[in-house]
Design a protein around this ligand. Structure first.
Ligand code: CUA
Length: 363
């Protein structure tokens, strides 16, 4: 051994550190096994328990990898640190060639990855590609928008905005898509997540097993209003409750005026419009001057703005012409605003919004 180059052996300290890490790993692995996931997040579909099992399987083996990799980094950093009095140009320690160790730290993770791959392959496709096959099943469409959700049911004239109702215990296939950019439909309590891709319909099949209200979250950054695409819920209901909701929804849709006539427009309610504006419009519009843009222009001075005497549709700012944009949407120089159906607005809602926008007109 030449001077200045110290060959370190793995000494007793190394094996002591290894045993300490073993104990920490064992505690962590026990914690993973014992952790009661359903106490914090309901297992609300048939697949949930299996997904949780797969998650625990991964977490169980991740604990020792985490502990040993980081533990040895810490141990070697401290054990072979530069010490006062040693010349700066002293070569570092060299510990190398431990074939048995190298074999096992390669073989064990490789086998784990393989097992994980096979388990995922067996579990995931049955739920993401199979459609509900029984006659007693339903199909629903879920459509993502910037920045809202839309759910369509067979037999309902209009889409239902931002609320998904499902009967408990019935297999459901949700056909998932988007009209603008990629969103991602995620119900954490269902343990299922699917990107909503424009031009592509992806079926997700599941059976809700628990009555309750579960949050829907968009998990794909889809624009300035992305963070607003949560705090919306799936309502899993008993069959009688679901039937009652469906009947009420159908009745409501049938009685809602379909056309924004002059009479409907004249009956607009500004205070109802104000709360609608907060729910439906504020992700894209401020109730402020034109230049305070979000996605679209500020709408505070819509009816009297010397700098913008005309609407983006090129028409004068009359209530009828504003209503036309809210009702039919607009594609113009500043982008696209979706129509009333997409935004889940009835004819009365359009009238209420126009009435509210009129009240902003202070000039
Ligand atoms: Cu939609 Cu993020």
């Amino acid at each position: 051994m030449d001077k200045g180059h110290t060959e370190h052996r793995l000494d007793a300290g190394f094996w002591r550190a290894t045993i300490v890490m073993g104990v920490i790993s064992a505690l962590g692995m026990w914690g993973v096994v014992a952790f009661p996931i359903p106490r914090f997040l309901p297992e609300a579909t048939g697949i949930s328990a299996q997904i949780d099992w797969l998650f625990k399987f991964m977490a169980f083996f991740s604990v020792p990898i985490l502990v040993y990799v980081n533990g040895y980094i810490l141990y070697f950093t401290v054990r072979y640190r530069h010490r006062a009095g040693t010349p700066m140009e002293t070569p570092g320690s060299s510990v190398h060639d431990h074939p048995a160790l190298e074999f096992w730290w390669t073989a064990i993770p490789a086998v784990l990855m393989l097992v994980l791959g096979v388990l995922s392959y067996l579990l995931i496709p049955q739920y993401y590609t199979a459609r509900a096959a029984t006659t007693n099943s339903i199909t629903v469409e879920a459509i993502g928008h910037q920045f809202s959700w839309e759910f369509r049911y067979p037999g309902l004239r209009d889409p239902v905005p931002d609320e998904l109702h499902l009967p408990v215990g019935i297999a459901v296939t949700i056909d998932v898509t988007s009209t603008d950019v990629i969103h991602s439909f995620w119900v954490p309590a269902f343990r299922m997540k699917q990107d909503m891709i424009p031009g592509m319909v992806v079926p997700m099949t599941m059976t809700p097993t628990q009555v309750g209200k579960f949050e829907i979250v968009c998990t794909e950054f889809c624009g300035v209003g992305h963070s607003g695409m949560r705090d919306r819920y799936v309502y899993v209901q008993s069959q009688p409750d679901f039937d009652a909701w469906y009947a009420a929804e159908k009745k409501k849709q049938a009685s809602a005026p379909q056309e924004v006539t002059a009479a409907v427009l004249a009956a607009g309610d500004a205070s109802a419009g104000q709360s609608l504006f907060a729910q439906k419009c504020t992700v894209c519009h401020n109730a402020a001057p034109f230049d305070q843009r979000k996605v679209g222009p500020g709408l505070g001075d819509l009816f009297h703005d010397p700098a913008h005497p005309k609407l983006l549709s090129g028409k004068p700012p009359t209530p009828q012409d504003v209503a036309e944009i809210v009702e039919h949407g607009l594609t113009g120089s500043m982008g696209t605003m979706p129509n009333a159906q997409t935004n889940g607005l009835s004819a009365k809602d359009v009238a209420d919004l126009v009435a509210y926008l009129k009240t902003l007109d202070t000039k």
